[in-house]
Design a binder for this molecule. Structure first.
Ligand code: NAP
Length: 336
Protein backbone atom coordinates (compact mmCIF):
# COMPACT_ATOMS: atom_id res chain seq x y z
CA UNK A 1 0.00 0.00 0.00
CA UNK A 2 0.94 3.64 -0.42
CA UNK A 3 1.61 5.61 2.75
CA UNK A 4 3.47 8.62 4.09
CA UNK A 5 6.04 8.43 6.86
CA UNK A 6 7.80 10.98 9.03
CA UNK A 7 11.43 10.08 8.52
CA UNK A 8 13.36 12.60 10.61
CA UNK A 9 13.46 16.24 11.57
CA UNK A 10 13.91 18.00 8.27
CA UNK A 11 10.81 20.19 8.26
CA UNK A 12 8.08 19.21 5.83
CA UNK A 13 10.71 17.37 3.77
CA UNK A 14 10.84 14.76 6.51
CA UNK A 15 7.41 13.65 5.31
CA UNK A 16 8.17 11.03 2.66
CA UNK A 17 6.01 8.72 0.53
CA UNK A 18 6.55 5.03 1.31
CA UNK A 19 5.44 1.67 -0.02
CA UNK A 20 4.47 -0.63 2.86
CA UNK A 21 3.14 -4.19 3.13
CA UNK A 22 -0.64 -4.47 3.23
CA UNK A 23 -1.70 -5.13 6.85
CA UNK A 24 -3.89 -8.16 7.72
CA UNK A 25 -6.62 -7.97 10.37
CA UNK A 26 -6.35 -10.33 13.33
CA UNK A 27 -8.99 -11.47 15.77
CA UNK A 28 -11.29 -8.60 16.80
CA UNK A 29 -9.86 -6.34 14.09
CA UNK A 30 -10.96 -5.00 10.71
CA UNK A 31 -9.08 -3.72 7.68
CA UNK A 32 -10.13 -0.26 6.51
CA UNK A 33 -9.51 1.28 3.12
CA UNK A 34 -8.83 4.84 4.21
CA UNK A 35 -10.63 7.27 1.86
CA UNK A 36 -10.00 10.59 3.58
CA UNK A 37 -7.63 11.98 6.19
CA UNK A 38 -7.98 15.31 7.93
CA UNK A 39 -5.23 17.50 9.38
CA UNK A 40 -4.99 18.93 12.87
CA UNK A 41 -2.37 21.39 14.05
CA UNK A 42 -0.90 18.50 16.04
CA UNK A 43 -0.17 16.58 12.82
CA UNK A 44 1.76 19.57 11.51
CA UNK A 45 3.71 19.79 14.81
CA UNK A 46 4.39 16.06 14.61
CA UNK A 47 5.81 16.24 11.11
CA UNK A 48 8.00 19.21 12.05
CA UNK A 49 8.89 17.86 15.48
CA UNK A 50 8.18 21.28 17.00
CA UNK A 51 7.29 22.11 20.62
CA UNK A 52 8.64 18.75 21.75
CA UNK A 53 5.99 16.89 19.80
CA UNK A 54 8.11 14.10 18.48
CA UNK A 55 7.80 10.36 18.27
CA UNK A 56 9.58 7.32 16.92
CA UNK A 57 10.46 7.41 13.21
CA UNK A 58 9.69 6.23 10.62
CA UNK A 59 6.04 6.71 11.51
CA UNK A 60 2.85 7.46 9.60
CA UNK A 61 1.25 10.74 10.74
CA UNK A 62 -2.37 11.89 11.12
CA UNK A 63 -4.93 10.81 13.68
CA UNK A 64 -8.10 11.53 11.74
CA UNK A 65 -9.48 9.39 8.96
CA UNK A 66 -12.56 7.67 7.59
CA UNK A 67 -13.02 4.84 5.13
CA UNK A 68 -14.71 1.57 4.24
CA UNK A 69 -14.18 -1.85 5.74
CA UNK A 70 -12.58 -4.20 3.20
CA UNK A 71 -11.85 -7.25 5.41
CA UNK A 72 -13.02 -8.50 8.79
CA UNK A 73 -10.99 -10.63 11.24
CA UNK A 74 -12.31 -13.46 13.43
CA UNK A 75 -14.67 -12.64 16.29
CA UNK A 76 -16.05 -9.46 14.71
CA UNK A 77 -19.83 -9.46 14.67
CA UNK A 78 -20.82 -5.79 14.70
CA UNK A 79 -19.20 -4.72 11.41
CA UNK A 80 -19.11 -6.03 7.85
CA UNK A 81 -17.28 -5.42 4.58
CA UNK A 82 -18.55 -2.20 2.94
CA UNK A 83 -19.45 -0.40 6.19
CA UNK A 84 -18.40 3.27 6.26
CA UNK A 85 -16.54 3.95 9.48
CA UNK A 86 -14.60 6.61 11.34
CA UNK A 87 -11.93 5.93 13.90
CA UNK A 88 -11.52 7.67 17.29
CA UNK A 89 -8.34 9.63 18.06
CA UNK A 90 -7.45 7.21 20.89
CA UNK A 91 -8.85 3.82 19.80
CA UNK A 92 -8.48 2.26 23.29
CA UNK A 93 -10.41 5.02 25.15
CA UNK A 94 -13.86 3.57 24.74
CA UNK A 95 -15.51 5.17 27.80
CA UNK A 96 -14.81 6.15 31.40
CA UNK A 97 -11.78 7.99 32.68
CA UNK A 98 -8.85 9.22 30.63
CA UNK A 99 -5.48 7.57 31.28
CA UNK A 100 -1.88 7.67 30.15
CA UNK A 101 -2.39 4.26 28.57
CA UNK A 102 -5.07 5.71 26.26
CA UNK A 103 -2.96 8.80 25.47
CA UNK A 104 -0.07 6.57 24.42
CA UNK A 105 -2.30 4.96 21.79
CA UNK A 106 -3.29 8.24 20.07
CA UNK A 107 -3.03 7.69 16.31
CA UNK A 108 -0.19 9.50 14.57
CA UNK A 109 1.58 10.10 17.90
CA UNK A 110 3.68 7.27 19.25
CA UNK A 111 1.78 4.81 17.03
CA UNK A 112 1.19 4.96 13.28
CA UNK A 113 -1.59 7.22 12.07
CA UNK A 114 -3.87 7.08 9.02
CA UNK A 115 -2.09 8.85 6.15
CA UNK A 116 -2.01 5.56 4.24
CA UNK A 117 -4.28 3.47 2.04
CA UNK A 118 -4.99 0.63 4.48
CA UNK A 119 -5.18 0.40 8.25
CA UNK A 120 -6.01 -2.37 10.73
CA UNK A 121 -8.13 -1.14 13.64
CA UNK A 122 -9.85 -2.76 16.64
CA UNK A 123 -13.47 -3.27 15.59
CA UNK A 124 -14.81 -2.21 19.00
CA UNK A 125 -13.38 1.29 18.58
CA UNK A 126 -14.95 2.16 15.21
CA UNK A 127 -18.07 4.25 14.72
CA UNK A 128 -20.50 4.27 11.77
CA UNK A 129 -20.48 7.37 9.55
CA UNK A 130 -23.87 9.17 9.53
CA UNK A 131 -25.61 8.72 6.16
CA UNK A 132 -25.69 12.46 5.36
CA UNK A 133 -21.90 12.85 5.65
CA UNK A 134 -19.28 12.08 3.00
CA UNK A 135 -16.17 10.21 4.15
CA UNK A 136 -14.26 13.47 3.72
CA UNK A 137 -16.63 15.20 6.12
CA UNK A 138 -16.49 12.27 8.55
CA UNK A 139 -12.68 12.44 8.57
CA UNK A 140 -12.87 15.94 10.09
CA UNK A 141 -14.48 14.69 13.31
CA UNK A 142 -12.22 12.50 15.50
CA UNK A 143 -9.91 15.14 17.00
CA UNK A 144 -11.20 18.70 16.58
CA UNK A 145 -14.94 18.00 16.81
CA UNK A 146 -14.70 15.57 19.74
CA UNK A 147 -12.45 18.05 21.56
CA UNK A 148 -14.99 20.84 21.09
CA UNK A 149 -17.80 18.50 22.17
CA UNK A 150 -15.91 17.37 25.28
CA UNK A 151 -15.07 20.99 26.18
CA UNK A 152 -18.62 22.30 25.81
CA UNK A 153 -20.83 19.38 26.76
CA UNK A 154 -18.87 16.82 28.83
CA UNK A 155 -16.61 19.11 30.89
CA UNK A 156 -18.41 22.37 30.27
CA UNK A 157 -22.04 21.30 30.76
CA UNK A 158 -23.13 24.04 28.38
CA UNK A 159 -26.63 25.49 28.84
CA UNK A 160 -28.85 27.53 26.52
CA UNK A 161 -28.42 31.25 27.03
CA UNK A 162 -24.76 31.04 28.07
CA UNK A 163 -22.06 33.01 26.29
CA UNK A 164 -19.09 31.14 24.76
CA UNK A 165 -15.90 32.82 23.55
CA UNK A 166 -14.05 30.99 20.76
CA UNK A 167 -10.51 31.89 19.71
CA UNK A 168 -9.59 31.80 16.01
CA UNK A 169 -11.08 29.90 13.11
CA UNK A 170 -9.21 26.60 13.19
CA UNK A 171 -10.80 23.17 13.35
CA UNK A 172 -11.57 23.09 17.09
CA UNK A 173 -12.93 26.63 17.27
CA UNK A 174 -15.23 26.33 14.25
CA UNK A 175 -16.74 23.09 15.62
CA UNK A 176 -17.11 24.79 19.01
CA UNK A 177 -19.00 27.64 17.34
CA UNK A 178 -21.33 25.19 15.60
CA UNK A 179 -21.95 23.11 18.76
CA UNK A 180 -22.43 26.16 20.98
CA UNK A 181 -25.04 27.64 18.62
CA UNK A 182 -26.84 24.27 18.50
CA UNK A 183 -26.92 24.30 22.31
CA UNK A 184 -28.62 27.70 22.26
CA UNK A 185 -25.58 29.67 23.42
CA UNK A 186 -24.45 33.12 22.33
CA UNK A 187 -21.04 32.99 20.63
CA UNK A 188 -18.36 35.65 20.70
CA UNK A 189 -15.39 35.00 18.41
CA UNK A 190 -11.99 36.53 17.79
CA UNK A 191 -10.02 36.18 14.57
CA UNK A 192 -7.13 37.63 12.57
CA UNK A 193 -8.91 39.13 9.54
CA UNK A 194 -12.10 40.82 8.35
CA UNK A 195 -12.59 38.09 5.75
CA UNK A 196 -12.61 35.38 8.44
CA UNK A 197 -14.81 37.58 10.65
CA UNK A 198 -17.44 37.67 7.89
CA UNK A 199 -17.34 33.86 7.61
CA UNK A 200 -17.77 33.54 11.39
CA UNK A 201 -20.88 35.72 11.26
CA UNK A 202 -22.23 33.61 8.36
CA UNK A 203 -21.78 30.52 10.55
CA UNK A 204 -23.74 32.12 13.39
CA UNK A 205 -21.25 34.03 15.55
CA UNK A 206 -23.13 36.78 17.40
CA UNK A 207 -20.19 39.19 17.59
CA UNK A 208 -16.63 39.08 16.25
CA UNK A 209 -13.47 40.95 17.20
CA UNK A 210 -10.37 41.22 15.01
CA UNK A 211 -7.53 40.59 17.48
CA UNK A 212 -4.98 42.13 15.12
CA UNK A 213 -6.70 45.52 15.14
CA UNK A 214 -8.07 45.25 18.68
CA UNK A 215 -5.60 43.45 20.88
CA UNK A 216 -7.68 44.12 23.99
CA UNK A 217 -10.24 41.49 22.97
CA UNK A 218 -10.73 40.57 26.63
CA UNK A 219 -12.11 44.06 27.31
CA UNK A 220 -14.22 43.72 24.17
CA UNK A 221 -15.66 40.42 25.48
CA UNK A 222 -16.38 42.01 28.87
CA UNK A 223 -18.18 44.90 27.15
CA UNK A 224 -20.19 42.40 25.06
CA UNK A 225 -21.44 40.81 28.30
CA UNK A 226 -22.21 44.05 30.13
CA UNK A 227 -19.04 43.68 32.22
CA UNK A 228 -20.03 40.25 33.60
CA UNK A 229 -17.68 38.12 31.49
CA UNK A 230 -18.29 35.06 29.32
CA UNK A 231 -19.43 31.71 30.73
CA UNK A 232 -17.03 29.59 28.70
CA UNK A 233 -13.83 29.98 26.70
CA UNK A 234 -12.43 27.65 24.05
CA UNK A 235 -8.76 28.46 24.74
CA UNK A 236 -6.46 27.33 21.93
CA UNK A 237 -3.69 29.93 22.20
CA UNK A 238 -1.86 29.18 25.44
CA UNK A 239 0.55 31.61 27.12
CA UNK A 240 -0.13 34.66 24.92
CA UNK A 241 -3.93 34.38 25.17
CA UNK A 242 -4.70 32.69 28.51
CA UNK A 243 -4.43 35.83 30.66
CA UNK A 244 -6.87 37.66 28.39
CA UNK A 245 -9.18 34.62 28.49
CA UNK A 246 -9.05 34.71 32.30
CA UNK A 247 -9.91 38.42 32.23
CA UNK A 248 -12.79 37.81 29.81
CA UNK A 249 -14.32 35.01 31.93
CA UNK A 250 -17.07 35.62 34.51
CA UNK A 251 -16.82 34.66 38.18
CA UNK A 252 -17.41 30.89 38.30
CA UNK A 253 -16.87 30.53 34.55
CA UNK A 254 -15.16 27.69 32.69
CA UNK A 255 -12.09 27.70 30.47
CA UNK A 256 -11.23 24.67 28.34
CA UNK A 257 -7.47 24.70 27.90
CA UNK A 258 -7.10 22.97 24.56
CA UNK A 259 -4.21 24.37 22.56
CA UNK A 260 -0.82 25.95 22.93
CA UNK A 261 -0.43 27.69 19.58
CA UNK A 262 1.63 30.51 21.15
CA UNK A 263 4.02 28.32 23.16
CA UNK A 264 4.06 25.98 26.12
CA UNK A 265 5.04 28.18 29.06
CA UNK A 266 4.51 31.70 30.30
CA UNK A 267 3.40 33.86 33.18
CA UNK A 268 -0.17 33.09 34.20
CA UNK A 269 -2.29 35.36 36.42
CA UNK A 270 -3.12 32.63 38.90
CA UNK A 271 -4.87 35.02 41.25
CA UNK A 272 -7.55 35.57 38.61
CA UNK A 273 -8.28 31.84 38.61
CA UNK A 274 -8.81 31.59 42.37
CA UNK A 275 -10.33 35.04 42.91
CA UNK A 276 -12.98 34.45 40.25
CA UNK A 277 -13.38 30.74 41.04
CA UNK A 278 -12.71 29.88 37.41
CA UNK A 279 -12.60 26.22 36.41
CA UNK A 280 -9.58 25.72 34.15
CA UNK A 281 -9.91 22.33 32.50
CA UNK A 282 -7.20 20.62 30.48
CA UNK A 283 -8.90 18.81 27.61
CA UNK A 284 -7.38 16.00 25.56
CA UNK A 285 -9.86 15.09 22.82
CA UNK A 286 -12.35 12.59 24.28
CA UNK A 287 -13.56 9.01 24.45
CA UNK A 288 -15.40 6.86 21.92
CA UNK A 289 -18.53 7.28 24.05
CA UNK A 290 -18.29 11.09 23.72
CA UNK A 291 -17.72 10.66 19.97
CA UNK A 292 -20.86 8.49 19.71
CA UNK A 293 -22.93 11.05 21.66
CA UNK A 294 -21.64 13.81 19.35
CA UNK A 295 -22.37 11.76 16.20
CA UNK A 296 -25.96 11.23 17.36
CA UNK A 297 -26.43 15.00 17.60
CA UNK A 298 -24.68 15.60 14.25
CA UNK A 299 -27.02 13.04 12.67
CA UNK A 300 -30.11 14.50 14.37
CA UNK A 301 -29.52 18.04 13.09
CA UNK A 302 -27.71 16.97 9.88
CA UNK A 303 -24.77 19.19 10.82
CA UNK A 304 -22.07 19.57 8.16
CA UNK A 305 -18.43 20.17 9.11
CA UNK A 306 -16.75 23.22 7.57
CA UNK A 307 -14.07 22.09 5.12
CA UNK A 308 -11.56 24.73 4.09
CA UNK A 309 -9.83 22.78 1.33
CA UNK A 310 -9.22 19.28 -0.02
CA UNK A 311 -5.96 17.92 -1.42
CA UNK A 312 -5.06 14.73 -3.31
CA UNK A 313 -2.91 12.10 -1.59
CA UNK A 314 0.08 12.77 -3.84
CA UNK A 315 -0.07 16.47 -2.85
CA UNK A 316 -0.14 15.87 0.92
CA UNK A 317 2.66 18.39 1.44
CA UNK A 318 0.41 21.14 0.07
CA UNK A 319 -2.18 20.29 2.74
CA UNK A 320 0.47 20.72 5.45
CA UNK A 321 1.55 24.00 3.82
CA UNK A 322 -2.05 25.18 4.00
CA UNK A 323 -2.25 24.57 7.77
CA UNK A 324 1.20 26.17 8.15
CA UNK A 325 -0.09 29.32 6.39
CA UNK A 326 -2.79 29.89 9.03
CA UNK A 327 -5.05 31.09 6.18
CA UNK A 328 -7.49 28.22 6.55
CA UNK A 329 -11.00 28.43 7.99
CA UNK A 330 -12.13 25.07 9.36
CA UNK A 331 -10.70 21.73 8.28
CA UNK A 332 -8.13 20.63 5.70
CA UNK A 333 -8.74 17.23 4.09
CA UNK A 334 -6.52 14.85 2.11
CA UNK A 335 -8.28 12.42 -0.26
CA UNK A 336 -6.65 8.98 -0.10
N1 NAP B 1 -6.18 19.27 23.59
C1 NAP B 1 -6.79 18.70 22.57
O1 NAP B 1 -7.50 17.71 22.69
C2 NAP B 1 -6.62 19.33 21.23
C3 NAP B 1 -7.36 18.88 20.15
C4 NAP B 1 -7.25 19.55 18.95
C5 NAP B 1 -6.38 20.62 18.85
N2 NAP B 1 -5.64 20.99 19.92
C6 NAP B 1 -4.75 22.14 19.86
O2 NAP B 1 -5.57 23.28 19.71
C7 NAP B 1 -4.91 24.24 18.89
C8 NAP B 1 -5.77 24.52 17.68
O3 NAP B 1 -5.86 23.32 16.93
P1 NAP B 1 -6.59 23.29 15.52
O4 NAP B 1 -6.33 21.94 14.94
O5 NAP B 1 -7.97 23.77 15.65
O6 NAP B 1 -5.69 24.35 14.77
P2 NAP B 1 -5.83 25.01 13.39
O7 NAP B 1 -6.96 24.43 12.61
O8 NAP B 1 -4.49 25.03 12.78
O9 NAP B 1 -6.26 26.50 13.79
C9 NAP B 1 -5.39 27.43 14.24
C10 NAP B 1 -6.08 28.80 14.20
O10 NAP B 1 -5.95 29.40 15.48
C11 NAP B 1 -6.01 30.79 15.33
N3 NAP B 1 -4.95 31.42 16.11
C12 NAP B 1 -3.62 31.30 15.98
N4 NAP B 1 -2.97 32.07 16.87
C13 NAP B 1 -3.94 32.70 17.57
C14 NAP B 1 -3.91 33.66 18.63
N5 NAP B 1 -2.77 34.11 19.12
N6 NAP B 1 -5.09 34.09 19.13
C15 NAP B 1 -6.25 33.64 18.63
N7 NAP B 1 -6.34 32.74 17.62
C16 NAP B 1 -5.18 32.29 17.10
C17 NAP B 1 -5.87 31.10 13.84
O11 NAP B 1 -7.18 31.45 13.36
P3 NAP B 1 -7.51 32.97 12.98
O12 NAP B 1 -6.68 33.32 11.82
O13 NAP B 1 -8.97 32.99 12.79
O14 NAP B 1 -7.13 33.78 14.20
C18 NAP B 1 -5.43 29.76 13.25
O15 NAP B 1 -5.87 29.57 11.94
C19 NAP B 1 -3.54 23.64 18.57
O16 NAP B 1 -2.62 24.06 19.55
C20 NAP B 1 -3.77 22.16 18.70
O17 NAP B 1 -2.60 21.45 18.98
C21 NAP B 1 -5.73 20.36 21.09
Amino acid sequence: MKAYQITGTNGLDSLQPASLADPIPGSGEVLIRVRAVCLNYRDYMNVLGIRGVTGPVPRTPCSDGAGEIVAVGDDVSNLKVGDRVVCPFMPTWLDGEFSQAHASQALGGAVDGLLRELAVVRAESLLPVPAHLSLEEAATLPCAAVTAWDALHCRGGIKAGETVLVLGTGGVSVFALQFAKLAGARVLAITSSEEKAAKLVELGADAVCNYRTNQAWDDWALAQTGGRGVDKVIEIGGPETLNRSLNATRFGGHISLIGVLTGTSGEIQMVQILRKGIRLDGIYVGSRAMFAQMLAEIERVKLRPVIDSTFEFDNAHDAFRRIESGKHFGKIVIRV
